[in-house]
Ligand binder design. Structure first.
Ligand SMILES: Cc1cc2nc3c(=O)[nH]c(=O)nc-3n(C[C@H](O)[C@H](O)[C@H](O)COP(=O)(O)OP(=O)(O)OC[C@H]3O[C@@H](n4cnc5c(N)ncnc54)[C@H](O)[C@@H]3O)c2cc1C
Length: 434
C-alpha cells in the first residue's frame, strides 16, 4: 500500500465521500475511497429521508436502480403533549413525479452509492480506518491507515469522515464539538407488514409519509421522527447533548417515552424491533462551520457541520459538498496546484451553493437549541398549545371570547408574561430567518 500514490484520497464512504470520489474519478483522477466499515453504510444511521435533487445531478434517474424505500407524498408535523397532539400535515401527489424524496436505509444506499464511485474507477479500500494525516512542510500529502504498512500518498485528501471527524480535529479545522453543537439521536427500525403501514398512514402501495415530533422530549431541546419504509417504520429521537448531560437522561429513555405516547403507540402497535442504533448529529450550523480547505485538504458533509436541522437535510448537503470538493480536486489537478489558495475554489463554491445559503438562513437556530430553558420551548409550550386547543374546542357552555382569552393566558404563563411571549416569538422568527 505504501508505494501506491493517488491523486485524491477520500476518507469516509458516506454520501459526502462517495459523491466526491465519484466526481473526481469521472474527471480522470486516480482516487482511493477509504472506509472504516466492513462496507459503506455498515456503521451509518439516519432518519432517513433521501432527496432527489443533489444525487440526480450526479446520476440521472438514479431512483430507477438505487435501493430506496417509499416515495414521500405526505409530511406531518406533530406538536405533542402528554395525551394529545396538534397536527399539521401536507400531502401532494406532485411529490410523486418527479419524486421529491424517499425513505432509505443507509446500509443499502451507501453501498450502492459507493459502488457508483467504484464503477467510475475509484479504488475501494474498505475495513480500513484512517488514523492520521501525513503533513510535510505544512501541507497534507497523504494519510496513515490502521493497515500494516498503511501510509497512502495523495495530492489532495478529502475529509468526509462524518460528525466525529478525527481528521478535522487533527488539522485543527475544528476542535472537539461542544455539547451544544451536537445532538445524540437514537433510532429503532420496527418491522410491520406493508399493508398495515399503508392502512395506518393512509398510503397507497409505494407511497410514504414522514412525521416530525416536537414535544415530549423530557424538557430537552430536540425532535422525534417516525418515517414509513416499505415494511418497516423508523422511529427515533435526537436531543442536544448539553441537555442530556445537564439532566442526566439517557436518550433511549426519551425514545421509550415517545413509544408510549397514545398517537405513536397506535402507529407502531404490533411491530417488532429489528434494529437499534445511535448517532450524533451536527447542530452547530452556519457559525460552527470550520475552514473548508487548506494546503492539500478539503472537508465536507457532517465533518464540516453541514446539516440543516429544520428541514432534516444532511445527506443532500453532504452530496452537494462532496460534488463541489470533487470538482475542486479536478481543477487543482489540471492546474497542478494543491495549495490552500487553489483549493479555496471549493470554499467559494460552497459559499455560492444551497449549503451556505440555507445554513445562513437558519444561523440563529443554534441559539434556540441552546436556549437556557429548553423545557419552556420543547415541553411547556407544546403542552400549553395542546391544552389551549382542548379548551377552545370543548363545547362546555363557556363563551368563545372567554376561551380565547384563556388560551392566550396559558401561552403567556409559559413564556413568563405577555412581553416575554412576544420576545420568544421574535427569537423564534430570528432563528428561522438569519
Ligand atoms: C438519527 C439521524 C437522523 C437523520 N435523518 C436524516 C434525514 O432524514 N435526512 C437527511 O438528509 N439527513 C439525516 N441525517 C443526517 C445525515 O445522516 C448526515 O448529515 C449525513 O449522513 C452526512 O454524510 P457524511 O458523508 O458527511 O457523513 P457520514 O454519513 O457520517 O459518513 C462518514 C463515513 O466516514 C466513515 N469514517 C469515519 N471515520 C473514518 C476514519 N477515520 N477512517 C475511515 N472511514 C471513516 C464512517 O464509517 C462513515 O461511513 C440524520 C442523522 C441522524 C443521526
Amino acid at each position: 500500500m505504501a508505494d501506491e500514490r493517488f491523486d485524491v484520497v477520500v476518507v469516509g464512504a458516506g454520501p459526502a465521500g462517495a459523491a466526491a470520489a465519484l466526481v473526481a474519478a469521472r474527471g480522470g483522477l486516480k482516487v482511493a475511497l477509504i472506509e472504516r466499515g466492513e462496507y459503506p453504510g455498515a456503521k451509518n444511521t439516519f432518519g432517513g429521508v433521501l432527496y432527489r435533487k443533489q444525487i440526480e445531478q450526479l446520476i440521472p434517474e438514479f431512483w430507477k436502480t438505487a435501493p430506496l424505500e417509499r416515495t414521500i407524498v405526505e409530511q406531518r408535523l406533530w406538536l405533542l403533549a402528554r395525551e394529545s397532539t396538534v397536527s399539521v400535515s401536507f400531502r401532494d401527489d406532485r411529490f410523486i413525479n418527479p419524486p421529491n424524496c424517499w425513505t432509505g436505509q443507509r446500509s443499502k444506499f451507501d453501498q450502492w452509492f459507493a459502488a457508483q464511485a467504484e464503477a467510475a474507477g475509484g479504488v475501494p479500500i474498505y475495513e480500513t480506518g484512517v488514523t492520521d494525516v501525513v503533513v510535510e512542510d505544512g501541507k497534507v500529502v497523504g494519510v496513515i491507515t490502521d493497515r500494516e504498512d498503511g501510509e497512502l500518498r495523495a495530492n489532495v485528501v478529502i475529509i468526509a469522515d462524518g460528525v466525529n471527524s478525527l481528521l478535522g480535529k487533527r488539522l485543527q479545522a475544528h476542535r472537539e464539538w461542544q455539547p451544544d453543537q451536537v445532538s445524540l439521536a437514537v433510532k429503532e427500525v420496527i418491522a410491520l407488514p406493508k399493508e398495515k403501514i399503508q392502512d395506518r398512514f393512509n398510503l397507497d402501495k409505494n407511497e410514504g409519509c414522514t412525521i416530525e415530533l416536537v414535544g415530549e422530549t423530557m424538557g430537552m431541546a430536540g425532535l422525534g421522527f417516525l418515517y414509513t419504509n416499505t415494511d418497516t417504520l423508523s422511529l427515533g429521537v435526537g436531543v442536544m447533548v448539553s441537555d442530556l448531560k445537564r439532566l442526566k437522561v439517557k436518550p433511549y429513555e426519551v425514545l421509550n417515552g415517545l413509544k408510549q405516547h397514545p398517537m405513536v403507540r397506535r402507529l407502531i402497535d404490533g411491530g417488532e424491533v429489528k434494529e437499534y442504533a445511535g448517532h450524533l448529529i451536527p447542530e452547530g450550523g452556519f457559525t460552527a462551520m470550520p475552514p473548508l480547505a487548506g494546503d492539500g485538504w478539503m472537508i465536507c458533509g457532517d465533518a464540516a457541520q453541514m446539516v440543516n436541522a429544520v428541514h432534516r437535510e444532511g445527506t443532500n448537503l453532504a452530496v452537494e459538498s462532496g460534488r463541489l470538493a470533487g470538482e475542486a480536486a479536478i481543477q487543482a489537478h489540471f492546474a497542478e496546484d494543491y495549495t490552500s489558495a487553489s483549493l479555496q475554489e471549493y470554499a467559494t463554491a460552497v459559499r455560492k451553493s444551497i449549503i451556505h445559503k440555507d445554513l445562513k438562513k437558519y444561523k440563529g437556530l443554534h441559539g434556540l437549541l441552546s436556549f437556557p430553558d429548553s423545557d419552556k420551548l420543547f415541553g411547556q409550550l407544546p403542552q400549553a398549545v395542546n391544552d389551549a386547543l382542548f379548551d377552545f374546542l370543548s363545547v362546555d357552555g363557556a363563551p368563545k371570547r372567554d376561551k380565547q382569552k384563556l388560551a392566550f393566558r396559558k401561552l403567556e404563563k409559559v413564556a413568563g408574561g405577555r412581553m416575554d411571549l412576544v420576545r420568544m416569538a421574535l427569537k423564534g422568527w430570528r432563528a428561522m430567518n438569519g
